[in-house]
Design a protein around this ligand. Sequence first.
Ligand code: 5GP
Length: 181
Amino acid sequence: MIIVMCGPGGVGKGTVVARLVAADPRLWLSRSWTTRVQRPGEADDAYTYVTREQFERRIADGGFLEHAEFLGNLYGTPWPDADDTRDVVLEIDVQGAAQVLERSPDALFILLEPPSAEVQAERLRGRGDPPEQAERRIAVAQGELAEGRRLGAICIVNDDLDRTVAECERLIADARRAPLG
Ligand code: 5GP
């Protein structure tokens, strides 16, 4: 099963996904490629950091399950290992989610929503992005949420981390019992 986790920057996706994967040996987190530069304090393995040239070569080789451009940087999911029987979690943007759903309509698609635009803006400004980048992310957030809902995501407001993780775990368990499609 593919689990797609979406939500605008600053909503806490990374934290939720890390908790899910740490607690469930049947899940693994796909590591994306990006042309974005590493943020101060960001883990070395948060992404595979590559040049635009390397990224474009991999697109040409058909090496991505999905890829998208977000605020001037490229992001993509390498094809998951077909022999891995665990469920894969993709932490991606809504453009990528649309591509995954087209190929795999039975993917579990979860959209995390911020409790408020103010909370989200505060988190984004506090995490080391240049201020101008943070403002651009805040500006695109509403459109991302609307697009995610339009694509049929199951929406969870991330106002309490433990509750959000529990809700995601319940959705994953349900999907394992009764795959969609
Ligand atoms: P950030 O620069 O904040 O790490 O990521 C920006 C956006 O790109 C976030 O919404 C993040 O989830 C998304 N993203 C990360 N990896 C991928 C990927 O492989 N594909 C797509 N389509 N989006 C990604």
